[in-house]
Design a protein around this ligand. Structure first.
Ligand code: NAD
Length: 506
């Protein structure tokens, strides 16, 4: 397989070496084995830093999904995983988490070269946090129970919380590690078996995680990974008659297709974590020196490729000039470059398609009459690098203000009153997240309760936590990831009643 090599760099000349691993896993993972696709076809995964091929990966199709579902179905209907005591699932999941920690550097590097996630954050944060999320759900595996019901007749009733069955997970490319553990962790704890399709742009770490899960003792057939494209593998999963539920993260457009496929096949429930156009609202009393750098991170983090990015920056008129001036100072310190370099804040966009899409949105903003104050073009170098871009004088009607760009593009908008900003912030089809920057408790309470968004951060942004459910309102979808809400979506409730005195039914 391809890969291998070293990259050196460092902060203030300090030595920092990243070893690029040999790519070990490139085949479909079905029933505990790495195998070629039925067709024998492969596709290339590209390094967005260099535009070069990292590896050729097996290209799955409907036949491969059928094999993976068969394995998952057998593991669910006859295998030990759904039947094992929660303590046994916990034990294996804790081992899986330890293995993730043990392979931290390799996993961080895979996501850096495949998805352009910053290696410094992968090594310092993401991979360990992924292990912690598996531990969080491991801790829940032996605490799944139903309720005792107080019925109105002489009957006893109770509910059982049972695993929902074979789950299809379909995920995007922006955070391959987080997507894998967010979907697989709670489904494993619930006792489900599954088929996961990573995004075609970033298939590598999912295959590695599947391998680690097997090493930890997750039985064959419980986790299957089918790499390939959306219209083939993704569509086969969402329309499969033997998949009991689909948990999807991706665009709203694909969300529509998944729901249609579920509706016209076996009426499987779906959970949809979709796009967003989140407001980051700065009130007059905010501390500009703290909030301007936060606004920058809220918008440009991960190259702007995060569903909850705060891309509509609403600034109250009393603080507007000061805030914009401070933001323009701050953006000068924002470093764009190789995601393996620890000095870098922003790497390349994930692929050529996204790169071109973001550049066309920037052109659209210029044509629509917004004022470009920073950035606005690609870097003249290899790789899909785009300048952090800031527009002012953006109106709510402009497409850069109401369409999800999924790139490093900020739209700054001025507002006068609390009522006005609530109305404008809600004026979008999306409802994923919002940030509220104020020290006024009345404003914070009023605005947080009035915004139609699933996640609100007050005086912080990206305040994610294992125990913090995230998910959308409106066309940002429904169903939560993270927290106990995510576990619950992989469970179904069975209600059982029996007469107390064993008397015949009246
Ligand atoms: P996408 O919808 O194009 O792809 C997501 C996944 O769906 C990929 O694995 C893709 O192969 C698959 N897919 C594509 N067509 C399909 C089809 N017809 N049937 C089944 N599966 C299909 O999205 P993307 O471009 O990969 O990711 C970016 C989008 O994801 C953005 O809109 C972003 O906001 C959203 N996202 C949302 C969240 C969240 O938690 N709400 C998190 C991350 C990303």
């Amino acid at each position: 397989m391809g890969g291998g090599g070293e990259v050196s760099n460092g902060i203030n000349g300090e030595k920092w070496t990243v070893k690029i691993p040999q790519i070990k896993f490139t085949k479909l993972f079905i029933n505990g084995q790495f195998q070629d696709s039925v067709s024998g076809k492969t596709f290339e995964t590209i390094d967005p830093r260099t535009e070069e091929v990292i590896a050729s990966v097996a290209e799955g199709d409907k036949e491969d999904v059928d094999l993976a579902v068969k394995a998952a179905r057998h593991a669910f209907d006859h295998g030990p995983w759904p039947r094992s005591p929660g303590t046994e699932r916990r034990r294996i999941m804790l081992k899986f988490a330890d293995l993730i920690d043990e392979h931290l550097e390799e996993l961080a590097t895979l996501d850096a070269i495949d998805a352009a996630n910053l290696y410094s954050l992968g090594k310092g944060l993401y991979i360990h946090n992924a292990a912690e999320l598996i531990r969080y759900y491991a801790g829940a595996a032996d605490k799944i129970h139903g309720e005792t019901l107080k019925l109105s007749r002489e009957m006893q009733g109770y509910t059982l919380a049972e695993p929902i069955g074979v789950v299809g997970h379909i995920v995007p490319w922006n955070f391959p590690t987080q997507m894998f553990v967010m979907k697989v962790g709670p489904a494993l704890a619930a006792g489900c078996t599954m088929v996961l399709k990573p995004a075609e742009q970033t298939p590598l770490s999912a295959l590695y995680y599947a391998h680690l899960a097997k090493l930890a003792g997750v039985p064959d057939g419980v986790i299957n990974v089918v790499t390939g494209y959306g219209p083939t593998v993704g569509a086969a999963i969402s329309s499969h008659m033997d998949i009991d539920m689909v948990s999807f993260t991706g665009s709203t457009e694909t969300g529509h297709r998944i729901m249609q496929a579920a509706a016209t096949s076996n009426l499987k429930p779906v959970s949809l974590e979709l796009g967003g156009k989140s407001p980051f609202i700065v009130f007059d009393d905010a501390d500009v020196d703290k909030v301007a750098p936060l606004a920058l991170v809220a918008c440009f983090y991960n190259q702007g490729q995060i569903c909850v990015a705060g891309t509509r920056t609403f600034v109250q008129e009393g603080i507007y000039d000061k805030f914009v001036a401070r933001l323009l100072e701050e953006v000068k310190t924002w470093v764009v470059g190789d995601p393996l370099d620890p000095n870098v804040n922003q790497g390349p966009q994930v692929d050529k398609k996204q790169y071109e899409k973001v550049l066309s949105w920037i052109d659209r903003g210029k044509k629509d009459g917004a004022t470009l104050v920073v950035g606005g073009k690609a870097y003249d170098r290899k790789g899909y690098y785009i300048e952090p871009t800031i527009f002012t004088n953006v109106t709510d009607e402009m497409s850069i203000a109401n369409q999800e760009i999924f790139g490093p593009v900020m739209s700054i908008m001025k507002f006068k009153t609390v009522e006005e900003v609530i109305e404008r912030a809600n004026k979008t089809k999306y409802g994923l997240a919002a940030g509220i920057m104020t020290n006024d408790l009345n404003i914070a309470n009023t605005v947080s309760r009035s915004l139609k968004a699933g996640t609100i951060w007050i005086n912080c942004y990206f305040g994610f936590d294992n125990d913090f459910p995230v998910g959308g309102y409106k066309m940002s979808g429904f169903g939560k990831d993270m927290g106990m809400d995510a576990l619950n979506k992989y469970l179904q409730i069975k209600s059982i009643a029996t007469p107390i005195y064993n008397s015949p039914w009246l």
